[in-house]
Structure formats: C-alpha cells, structure tokens
Design a protein around this ligand. Structure first.
Ligand SMILES: [Zn+2]
Length: 393
C-alpha cells in the first residue's frame, strides 16, 4: 500500500466521539500545577488501554511525568509528542459540552492536545501499521508558572532517551509553524533607601534621594532602549522589546517614599545566551546614574531562552506536509513571541522541535473552551506527521 492510500485510511480512523469524550474526561479531573497525580493516573490508564507500556515518574511531588512508546523497527529516527497535564490555578465553571465546544479549565491549555496525541497513537496501534522510527508520548505537569518551572520537562530531557531526534509540542500555533521563538526575561527592580518617609521639603535640603524618581528614570531608559531596539527587526519575530507591567511607589503627593519598584519583561532574539541577557538589562539599569543613598536591587528571572529551528529540518517539512494533507491549506512559517516547551526542548535537548495545537484561543481566560473540529484536525495532523517523519515498513 502506498503511503498516500495508507494515510487516507489512517486519517479516516480518527474518531471525533473519542476525542470529545477523552478531552472532557481529562478536563473533569482538576489538575492545577502541583496537584496533577489524579489526571496523570487517568491518562496513563487510557494509554495502557491501547496496549502500550507507560512509565509514570514521580520525581516531583504532585507533578508526575510519563513516557510511553509506540515502538518502531529501529531503522529510523524517533518522534516525541509532548504536552503538559497541569492547568493554571484559576477557578472555572464546571466542565461541559455545548454544541461543538468543550468548556472547562484545561480544555484548550492543553488537555485537548493531550487527547489528540493519544488518539493519534491509538490509530497507529490499532491499525497495525509498522513504523520505522518510534513514536514517543511524553507528558509532564510542572509547566504553569509561578508554581511550575518546567522541572518535569527538564528532567525528561536530562534522561536523554525521551527527546532524542525531534519533538512536536501539542499546543500553541495551529495555522502557522513557529521556527523562531523569542526568549523572555522577567525583570523585578526594587529601589529602597534607609530611614523614614519624609516631607519633600524636609528631604530635599538633606539630600535624601527619592526612590520613585529613580524608578521613573530607569523606566524612561527602558522605553528609550526599546525604541532603539525597534530599528533592528527579525523578519519572523519583530524587534526585541522592553515592556513595563507594574510601577509602584509613594502614597501621597508630597511625601518621599522609602521604596519604589517596577517589573516587566525583556523579550529577545534566538541567538542570545543568558549572560547576554543579563548584560543587556544591567546595562540599561546601570546607564541611569544612581544617587548616593539608594539601594538598587534587580531580580532577573529567565522564563526560557529564545530558539531557532532550521526550516529545512525534516520535522518542519513533515508537519507542513501533514497539515496540507489534512486541511488542504499551506502551513506558513512564523515566529513565536511567547515562551513554550519548544524553547526548552530546542535549547536543552538540542533537537528541532515544532508546535501545533488544537486552535483554542482561551488559554488562561475566565472561560476556557476548545472546538471539537480543532481537536480532530490536530489528531489527524499528529498522525500524518508521525507517518511522514517516522516512515512505515
Ligand atoms: Zn499550556
């Protein structure tokens, strides 16, 4: 049987009813980050039901990871489908199905993507097709900040036998393919001075500096630096950016506070190391003259380095071809502004990774939902990508 006829047969086996049921099943088991044992146990039970062995790893309390394999004959590269089973800590109305939508915390981010991974594996197993390379299913559960710091994913990468050749992350873009992603640094600046809050006319003659004015100057310098950076534009990512999220300080129009603070992000290009990022941000902050008597403390936290994937990598062509086969439309290359698992996999495993989600746009929203058609498409795209990338014997 040629690959095209095989694919036609396999794609027709993707079952929307199963996808709806499994997505709802997983969404009904709450799994805020740090409390994902029950949903992981249910997921593992479903995958075992396909006849696959599932390793459940309890390296982190409340944040288990899993690895399962659809074995190939060992003659080709492996493909790892990756997803997280935890959700953000935010209340949500009870899960429900309404028309073609599934509602509930985690419906879009990203239990529907997990369900699509499982369905792709089910079709491969039940059709009896012999793959050349192995399909690996990997899940982890310490994804969502601020509770999670991707510990589960990083531990799976460190094992060395899960993310070996190429990865497909089952969330994020669904109508374009990110091959370059920005890195993100979270900046927290605190400016303090010893002593008491003073009237401005008491403080000024004594030379007491105002932390709030210093924070304002640093903020202005960040905005100016952002304008400088806007000149150098990455065609897929746009320019590097500084963003101010919060500025706090002061409690009265003529009182000099003892503390002021700002936070925000610096988003940067794929080629930077963390040392580059630190030098950039400290350069901006140190570029503002610091009055004597102020303590300036910067906390700079990495939310993930930027990444670049070779557009000629086989997984990129496999995903583009699969998407076109399933939807009849081309899948253009794009850049990713937000950090996701792809950043960590490319930078820490050193393998090409791509992302394709179920198309939900309500991640982290008060009302989270996903369309069944998007889950069906994702399952078919994963299946066709696996067949194209892994090959059949
Ligand atoms: Zn997610």
């Amino acid at each position: 049987m040629d690959t095209d006829r095989l694919l036609t047969d396999l794609l027709a086996r993707v079952d929307p009813d199963r996808l709806r049921a499994l997505t709802l099943d997983l969404v009904r088991i709450p799994s805020p980050t740090g409390d994902s044992d029950a949903v992981t146990a249910r997921y593992a039970e479903v995958v075992r039901g396909l006849g696959l062995k599932v390793e459940v790893l309890h390296d982190f309390p409340g944040g288990p990871s899993t690895v399962a394999r659809v074995p190939g004959d060992g003659s080709a590269r492996a493909l790892t489908l990756d997803g997280h089973l935890d959700t953000i800590h935010a209340p949500h109305a009870a899960p429900r199905v309404e028309g073609d939508r599934i509602y509930g915390r985690g419906a879009g981010d990203m239990k529907s993507g997990i369900a699509a991974m499982v369905e792709a594996a089910r079709v491969l197993v039940e059709s009896g097709v012999r793959l050349s390379g192995s399909l690996i299913l990997a899940t982890h559960s310490l994804h969502e900040a601020p509770v999670g710091h991707m510990e589960g994913l990083k531990a799976l990468i460190a094992r060395g036998d899960v993310f070996t050749d190429a990865a497909l992350v089952a969330e994020s873009a669904s109508d374009a393919l990110p091959v370059r992603g920005k890195g993100q640094a979270l900046m927290e600046l605190e400016v303090t001075r010893p002593g008491e809050v003073l009237h401005e006319n008491t403080a000024r003659p004594q030379g007491v500096p105002n932390p709030l004015e210093h924070v304002a100057r640093v903020a202005a310098r960040m905005l100016a630096r952002g304008e400088e950076l806007a000149a150098a534009e990455d065609p897929l990512l746009g320019p590097e950016t500084y963003f101010l999220g919060q500025i706090h300080g002061g409690d009265f129009y003529n009182r000099v506070p003892v503390r002021a603070a700002l936070n925000g992000t610096y988003r940067y290009g794929p080629d930077k190391t963390w040392a580059d990022v630190e030098a950039e941000v400290r350069g901006v902050i140190d570029g503002v003259e610091r009055p004597a008597g102020l303590d300036v403390n910067l906390r700079l936290l990495s939310n993930g380095l930027g990444y670049a994937v070779d557009p000629e990598a086989p997984i990129v062509g496999a995903l583009q071809g699969a998407y076109e086969r399933v939807t009849g439309r081309a899948l253009p290359l794009c850049g990713a502004l937000s950090v996701c698992d792809v950043n960590v996999i490319v930078r820490e495993a050193g393998i090409p990774a791509v992302a394709h989600g179920t198309g939900s746009t309500t991640a982290h929203a008060d009302v989270e939902w996903v369309e069944l058609a998007g889950i069906v498409r994702a399952a078919r795209v994963y299946l066709a990508t696996a067949v194209r990338y892994l090959g059949v014997t």
